[in-house]
Write a protein that binds this ligand. Structure first.
Ligand code: F0G
Length: 448
């Protein structure tokens, strides 16, 4: 038996633009009046902050699946979904690591990373997916679907399989990593590789859900955002409720930054934390519509673009949760940055060299942090947490090409990439001979 919930907060849906409060969401999760996104809010919720914190800790010793989940453990701050519908794989519960080498490189005294790649399907998507897939089951759906750059599809396919749901995946042909594609296949999704980009997949999916009874599991689904909120709650708990000065996240479709920001604002309103850390959002230069929206247009306009970056997870030109992310940036006083392909590759190898590792999209956080520290927005003695969104093994092709020195061969970045040579650790091919191995060891020792 899970440890009982203190209070079931009443959750209502609200349009983020016109403020309409529908009783139920349309299939595309858009406001029926103005077409903007919906979010959950909790009118009149009040909690005893200290009691809540100790209840969440107590659940860590419980043997129930719900209490062991790093998402459902915090269910007081989520809309109510009855236990019989919950699909959980003990998601969340992700580690917070020190990155001492990366801290030195960025010019900081200390740096920590919360590794969301340590989730069941190896990305942060599982925290939102456990909750939204459960909502699909509660709603009696037979099919769930998403458009994805790879991680959402892997996560959705797994949770659908666990919950006896069928899943349909739309992914851009040739633009997602094999690791992610192979997950969707193994978990049994109907996987369609469309000859378009992520934004093209989203367009088709939105049309599909209006015609067919499939449940949309992209991050426009407000249940996804609610589940993903818990990563910020768990982070604060891990920090002993001591606020960091900065949290830094990658930005793609902007669901994750919106979710973390929503959690921070709610925790402050509930007096779980006294004030807000700054939440900064980093994009790849080739997929930077949010960066340009903030820097060039003061947050007033988004120019959709054809995105291109080797960090395929964030190859997104028309982010859905733009307005939610803008609100978070303004409320927390965070910054936006953009980073080049070479900066991403270098940062990824540096995170790897700390014995942690991540996929390329996650490494934009360190690359962006270096820039934020250089221009004084992040100061040496401040506490900083990077959110690493995906596991190193999600995209081994990228890693191997980088270390072999092939990643930028024949690209316009070839020259700039020379500066990453010292980070490359190409495998050494030798005869099966003891002397050859000792020679390699001695040479490595001399160079270390
Ligand atoms: N990092 C990784 C590893 C991702 O997979 C994504 C998004 C992001 C960062 C960006 O997060 O979209 O919430 O701003 N991946 C989505 C997908 C789009 O389909 O897997 P965001």
């Amino acid at each position: 038996m899970p440890i009982a919930q203190k209070t079931v907060a009443i959750a209502k849906l609200r349009c983020i633009a016109c403020g309409d409060t529908p009783d139920a969401a349309a299939r595309d999760f858009r406001c029926a009046h103005c077409g903007d996104l919906l979010e959950f809010f909790f009118p009149g919720w009040t909690f005893d902050a200290a009691a809540l914190k100790s209840l969440w800790l107590e659940r860590k010793t419980s043997r129930s699946a719900l209490d062991q989940s790093g998402v459902w453990r915090f269910r007081e701050l989520l809309p109510h979904i009855p236990e019989e519908h919950a699909i959980t794989m003990r998601e969340g519960n992700t580690p917070l690591y020190q990155l001492p080498r990366c801290a030195r490189i960025a010019g900081l005294d200390m740096l920590q990373a919360k590794h969301q790649g340590m989730n069941p399907t190896a990305s942060f998507k599982d925290t939102g997916m456990t909750f939204a897939a459960s909502a699909a089951r509660q709603g009696g759906f037979r099919w769930v679907a998403c458009a994805s750059t790879g991680n959402t599809s892997a996560s959705m396919a797994a949770y659908a399989a666990r919950g006896n749901l069928h899943s349909l995946v739309l992914i851009p042909e040739g633009k997602i990593s094999w690791g992610k594609l192979s997950q969707a296949l193994d978990y049994g999704a109907l996987t369609c590789q469309l000859r378009t980009d992520f934004d093209g997949c989203v367009r088709i999916l939105n049309q599909l859900v209006r015609q067919k009874p499939v449940y949309l599991l992209n991050s426009v689904n407000p249940y996804r955002i609610e589940g993903q909120k818990t990563s910020a709650i768990e982070l604060l708990e891990q920090l002993g409720w001591e606020l960091p000065d900065h949290i830094i996240v990658p930005g793609g479709n902007l669901g994750n930054s919106s979710a973390i920001g929503k959690a921070l604002l709610e925790m402050r309103d509930l007096k779980l934390i006294p004030r807000l850390p700054k939440l900064s959002i980093i994009q790849a230069r080739g997929a930077n519509p949010f960066y340009r929206c903030v820097r060039e247009f003061g947050g007033t306009r988004l120019e959709p673009m054809t995105a291109d970056t080797m960090a395929t997870a964030i190859r997104i030109g028309n982010p859905a949760s733009l307005k939610k992310a803008l609100r978070v940036l303004q409320a927390t006083g965070g910054e936006v940055e953009q980073v080049t392909e070479v900066e991403i590759a270098a940062a990824k190898a540096e995170i790897g060299a700390d014995g942690v590792g991540c996929e390329p999209a996650s490494a934009v956080t360190l690359a962006g942090l270096k820039k934020l520290a250089k221009r004084g927005f992040v100061k040496r003695g401040e506490s900083v947490v990077l959110i690493l969104t995906g596991h190193l093994l999600k995209d081994p092709d990228f890693t191997i090409k980088f270390h072999r020195g092939d990643l930028f061969a024949g690209t316009p970045d070839e020259n700039e990439a020379r500066q990453t040579k010292s980070l490359q650790r190409a495998p050494v091919v030798l005869e099966a001979d003891l002397g050859a191995v000792i020679g390699a060891l001695d040479a490595a020792e001399r160079n270390s």
